[in-house]
Design a protein around this ligand. Structure first.
Ligand code: NAD
Length: 494
């Protein structure tokens, strides 16, 4: 059986310690992956540090880095079919999603940054006072740990890598040990594209072990983390030891607000995608749908009927609309949330079960689930389930809708559906969320920043602001007068 190697200091490293990688559609082992021990983790940090300090990457003219980033994008496209298959087998997400979204969008993120962001790296000169000027230098951060979740392994790794590399940093990329295959494959593409040794290091290891080692290591200057709130808090703790810069993209409990003036069919279709795409395992999943009272009953009836008709199936089947959850333990977590919701008085209108279809019996499938009768004090209202489960509740008018949407410790994303754009735009400014979609859902653009507020984290990915997160700003003040302006002259009044 294939064993995917780590990628450290420009070399592919097969370790003695290996792990099985599963296909959640079948529960079968599809590959093995090397597992980094403390020794390899240290080597990866050391290689990234040395490569940065030698200036192997940041010292290259942007034009040369840009050529390499294009080669990475092309390398992804050249292997698109293979990568989509790997990603589908390893995450369980339907092949349509990986083929048309994850893989091409990953290539695009390298291309977009290479094409558009060079100007943000050039310094700026400001006149301060007569004979003095300041030069603001935009520099790479140094060594960055990129820690990635299992729900979009290739895409999120690509977002982070593209920004970090374009800015001149060196990195240690750590995919989730549940889904390491596409990131390890990306190592080969990066190698073939000509990235100098040590600039990119890719390790696979248990999160808890790597997290502490990397995040508390002084040789690492920044941690860019995407994952759960719980692990995010651990990373904050580890990183506080030496005050690292952090970029935190955490969980969500996003709200969709649907007004009575919408075209019901269109909005129901969009709402189904907004929660059941990737089996609801999306940080921006609309797991709280609020519908204006006038259309509530009709909306719920039709939504439930359509949810029941969603085709569950093996992820490699092009007809499949929903695949399995990532693991059996994730499925158990979802079931536990539903048990709690029922005990607290909520009503499950559809789903809530493992499907009976014998074809699906070995995978971690779960039926699309709709819950009503929910109140804001219930766990299912407040906590991120990360599965194909949404609540639907009603609101009477805009004020109540905003209050419901904002009633959360998370603040990642929200949707508003209404034909009254002026009302929707006014509401958008009152909603506590990093992204508000109006009459659309889930559109991510490489030129637009993305990231949450409150316990959904801080900092941005993507866009100019996302790119700048991976840089630091240095201020150089230069006095041009012949004698200079030593502070002492002012101090003693000379
Ligand atoms: P997770 O927090 O369990 O793991 C994320 C990464 O952290 C993995 O690589 C994991 O191995 C690693 N990790 C685990 N324990 C660690 C530790 N103690 N120290 C350092 N690293 C550790 O998250 P997950 O289950 O892989 O992903 C689902 C979560 O990610 C959800 O909460 C989801 O909302 C969130 N997410 C957020 C965004 C966003 O942009 N805001 C995007 C995707 C996913």
């Amino acid at each position: 059986m294939n064993c995917a190697p780590l990628y450290i200091n420009g070399e592919f490293v097969e370790t003695k310690d290996k792990q099985n990688v599963l296909n959640p559609s079948t529960g079968r082992v599809i590959a093995q992956a090397s597992l980094a021990s403390e020794k390899e983790i240290n080597l990866a940090i050391e290689s990234a540090r040395k490569a940065f300090d030698r200036g192997d990457w940041a010292g290259l003219p942007f034009k040369e880095r840009k050529t390499i980033l294009f080669k990475i994008a092309q390398g992804i496209l050249n292997k698109a079919g293979e990568l989509a298959k790997t990603e589908t087998e390893n995450t369980g997400k339907p092949i349509k999603e990986t083929t048309f979204m994850d893989v091409p969008s990953s290539a695009k993120s390298f291309e977009h940054i290479a094409n558009n962001f060079e100007s943000y790296l050039s310094g700026e000169t400001l006149d301060v006072v007569e004979e003095s000027r300041a030069v603001l230098l935009r520099e790479p951060m140094g060594v960055i740990a990129l820690i990635v979740p299992w729900n979009y392994p290739l895409l999120i790794a690509s977002w982070k890598l593209a920004s970090a590399l374009a800015a001149g940093n060196t990195v240690i990329l750590k995919p989730s040990s549940l889904t390491p295959l596409s990131a390890l494959e990306l190592g080969k593409i990066i190698h073939e594209a000509g990235v100098p040794a040590g600039v990119v290091n890719i390790i696979n290891a248990s999160g808890a072990k790597t997290g502490q080692l990397i995040c508390s290591d002084k040789r690492v200057d920044m941690v860019s983390f995407t994952g759960s709130l719980e692990v995010g808090k651990e990373i904050l703790r580890y990183s506080s030891a030496n005050v690292k810069k952090l970029l935190m993209e955490l969980g969500g409990k996003s709200a969709s607000l649907i007004f009575a003036d919408v075209d019901l069919d269109t909005v129901i279709n969009s709402s189904l995608c907004s929660i059941f795409l990737n089996q609801g395992q999306m940080c921006t999943a609309m797991s709280r749908i609020f519908v204006q009272s006038e259309i509530y009953d009709k909306f719920v009836d039709s939504f439930v009927n359509k949810a029941k008709a969603i085709k569950l199936g093996a992820s490699d089947n092009h007809e499949t609309q929903m695949g399995p959850l990532i693991t059996d333990s994730q499925r158990k977590k979802v079931i536990a949330y539903l048990e709690k919701a029922k005990a607290e008085g909520a009503k499950i209108l559809c789903g809530g079960r493992i499907p009976h279809d014998p074809v699906l019996k070995n995978g971690y499938f779960f039926e699309p689930t709709v819950i009503t009768g929910v109140t804001p004090n219930m766990h299912i209202f407040k906590e991120e389930v990360f599965g194909p489960v949404t609540i639907i509740a009603k609101f009477s008018g805009p004020d109540q809708a905003v209050a419901l949407a904002n009633n959360s410790d998370f603040a990642l994303a929200a949707c508003i559906f209404s034909r009254n754009l002026s009302l929707a735009e006014k509401m958008a400014s009152r909603i506590n969320a990093g992204t508000v979609w109006i009459n659309t859902y889930g559109m991510f653009y490489n030129r637009l920043p993305y990231g949450g507020f409150k316990q959904s984290g801080f900092g941005k990915e993507l866009g100019r602001d996302g790119f700048l997160e991976y840089t630091r700003l240095k201020n150089v003040i230069i006095d041009h007068s012949p004698e200079g302006k030593p502070l002492v002259n002012y101090w003693y009044g000379f």
